[in-house]
Design a binder for this molecule. Structure first.
Ligand SMILES: Cc1ncc(COP(=O)(O)O)c(C=O)c1O
Length: 374
């Protein structure tokens, strides 16, 4: 049997007719940029997740970048975030000339540890960017409390967490703004790049709409230096079809995760820790173990897709060497990078496939344990 980490063809097969109709409609209308599908997607996402405004963007990266541009973050500013994230979170801070300031992660959730946040705030801090990693939201209340105390913006990087909740509140809806990614591998994935910013702040909303279109408030009159951060109408039409299935897909991922949790209970495999006040959408199902690389090789030999998210924390990336942060500064992020492994959790996995993955994981013995047993 072969089990890929993600099988988008299997998903497409379940919605092919609707997607083809939606794409044909856009092509026949020849409204290719903006238009009714983009507006409808913004309205639907804002309503579903309890936000006043949504601005569709060309990618999750551009959602983060334009939000930080709208907040006028730039040279001389510091932005606090986690070192254990996808590059875009930190790349956007650096691209604006601001300084990324890292705070280590909570060992259990892999999200920014709010207990360490206070010491990272300086007079230059402008914003905090918590990342809701793997589909579970960061511990937002203490983050929001520190932000309020110091007058900081909170930009939720909810790229992996659309539909996740924390104390019943939706990802993206409780900070100053929240940024989603519609990269194809996300729970709500386009057929290409896409993203969105959600916010309850009318002024921020107006600025984002302008920045998305080269900073023009009316055609050819540019109030800010913005960019082309627009979402294609075809992507919006596809995303609208998928949005109708999203809750079902989240549920299927949660069922798959529960199955693995039950199978791995009591074994040497560490299963994801989901805080009691959080509901994960399991964009990734990530196990943790000391001999991770051995398990990875074993599963690849069994034709099971698995991946390391992420093998090198941001403070150790060559492009951020100028920050002068050494190995050892963020021990939890560094340990996680050595020990995590994502297994297939996508909704269309069959019972046989799930069982094959779980059986294969459990059939593997770390060499250290095997050596002791001999
Ligand atoms: C945590 C995180 N932030 C930002 C992004 C950037 O999103 P995109 O790939 O849509 O630009 C991603 C997705 O890849 C992500 O996982």
């Amino acid at each position: 049997m072969q089990v890929p980490l993600l099988d988008l063809k299997a998903q497409f097969a379940t919605i092919e007719d609707e997607i083809m109709d939606a794409v044909a409609c856009v092509l026949k209308s020849q409204v290719c940029i903006g238009g009714p599908n983009v507006t409808e997607l913004e309205r639907a996402v804002a309503a579903k997740y309890g936000c006043a405004f949504a601005v569709a963007m060309s990618s999750g990266t551009d959602a983060l970048l334009s939000t930080m541009m709208a907040l006028q973050i730039g040279p001389g500013d510091e932005v606090i975030t986690t070192p254990f994230t996808f590059f875009a979170t930190v790349g956007c801070i650096a691209r604006l000339g601001a300084t990324p300031v890292f705070v280590d992660i909570d060992r259990r959730t892999y999200n920014l540890d709010p207990a360490l946040l206070h010491d990272a705030v300086t007079s230059k801090t402008r914003a905090i960017v918590p990342v809701h990693l793997f589909g579970q939201m960061a511990d937002m209340d203490p983050i929001l409390a520190i932000a309020e105390e110091h007058g900081l913006a909170v930009v939720e990087d909810a790229a992996q967490a659309i539909g996740a909740t924390y104390k019943g509140r939706s990802a993206g809806a409780i900070g100053t703004a929240g940024c989603f990614s519609f990269f194809p591998s996300k729970n709500l994935g386009a057929a290409g790049d896409g993203g969105m910013v959600v916010t309850n702040d009318p002024a921020l909303h107006r600025r984002l709409v302008t920045l998305r279109n080269h900073g023009a408030q009316s055609k050819y009159f540019h109030h800010y230096v913005g960019g082309n951060f627009r979402l294609d109408a075809i992507q919006a039409a596809i995303l609208l079809v998928k949005l109708r299935r999203l809750d079902w897909w989240h549920d299927a991922r949660r069922r798959n995760a529960a199955y693995y949790n039950a199978r791995f209970g009591g074994s040497h495999i560490g299963v994801p820790y989901i805080a009691a006040n959080a509901c994960s959408i399991y964009n990734q199902y990530v196990v943790r173990l000391k001999n991770r690389d051995e398990l990875l090789d074993w599963l690849k030999a069994k034709q099971i897709g698995c991946e390391i998210y992420y093998p090198l924390p941001m403070h150790l990336q060559p492009c951020f060497a100028y920050l002068g942060i050494r190995n050892g500064c963020f021990p939890e992020a560094e340990a996680a990078a050595q020990e995590v492994l994502a297994l297939p959790v996508y909704p269309e996995l069959s019972a046989d496939m799930l069982a094959y993955v779980a059986d294969s994981v459990l059939a593997w013995m770390p060499s250290a344990i095997a050596a002791t047993a001999n």
